[in-house]
Design a protein around this ligand. Sequence first.
Ligand SMILES: Nc1ncnc2c1ncn2[C@@H]1O[C@H](COP(=O)(O)OP(=O)(O)OP(=O)(O)O)[C@@H](O)[C@H]1O
Length: 307
Amino acid sequence: MEDEAGVHARGVTRAFGPVQALRGLDLTVPYGQVTALVGANGAGKTTLLLILATLLAPDAGEIRVAGHDLRTRPEAARTALGWMPDTFGAYDQLTVAEYLQFFADAYGLTPPEGAARTAELLTRVHLLEMARQPVHVLSRGQKQRLGLARALVHRPKVLLLDEPASGLDPRSRVELRDLLRSLAAEGVAVLISSHILSELEEIADRVVLVERGATAGEHEIATLMAEARGLWRVRALEEEPLAEALDVRRVPYRRQETGGLDIGPLTEREAAVLLGELVGAGARIFSYAPVGGALESVYLAMTEDRT
Ligand SMILES: Nc1ncnc2c1ncn2[C@@H]1O[C@H](COP(=O)(O)OP(=O)(O)OP(=O)(O)O)[C@@H](O)[C@H]1O
């Protein structure tokens, strides 16, 4: 059965002994988009990804991957999904090409198909020159790229990645971003967990915030960016005189947990005029700049009340 989304999960729960890792989590991962899972350490992201990859059973919940119910059709779901874990498995004695051919074989590709697919993927993840090297000589980042190629061997409709950028150098990160964007453009439903918020803004279309095992919010990245546009972060030696000067002028502001006030929305001209007035009113301002990192702001606001 075809489904409207690559992943459709409702009310997913999972406990490990006394630890309730997931408590009724909902998630939709549309085709043709990159969805990012963001949450604090221990929020439940890896647990969720393992469940979606059919490697861990949930205690309860309704889950369909590529339209296949994980309870009744796990094999069909497995055929439709690609999974890249955050750590690399064994098979160290194989060469890079043999490693991919092994998985092509496991997914039922004929030897010529497997060889062609291996060459195509090694080119795509920039490992062609390493094809004859044993896997164990690869660096961490190269292993991660091989792991991504492995996840793509059978042209999955749903791609699940746990922290894929963590071992990558800056160039490889840009290449990963481009690769994920091109897969989404080809119609793949991509779900990625990551802590690198600034990067997700460029990779992802949507972000799902996970907090203590449940969905805490879902945002379109484009909307977040638009909301952050026109906000300015101001820091002063003393915050109270600055806040009073803003109150007098009826300029809206929000205090940031990390220090400073976010004011606006203001145009550049308005911001420049206001800066002159605030300094004139005695505020000892040492920093005044447009707010960057929309995703980071939402994330920090979400975790503000953490105990
Ligand atoms: N196999 C396990 N046995 C016992 N507890 C587990 C197990 N796996 C996960 N947990 C617990 O479940 C909770 C969620 O863990 P999970 O690894 O899913 O979080 P995460 O969001 O991926 O965190 P991180 O960002 O640190 O990778 C944590 O409290 C963790 O200690």
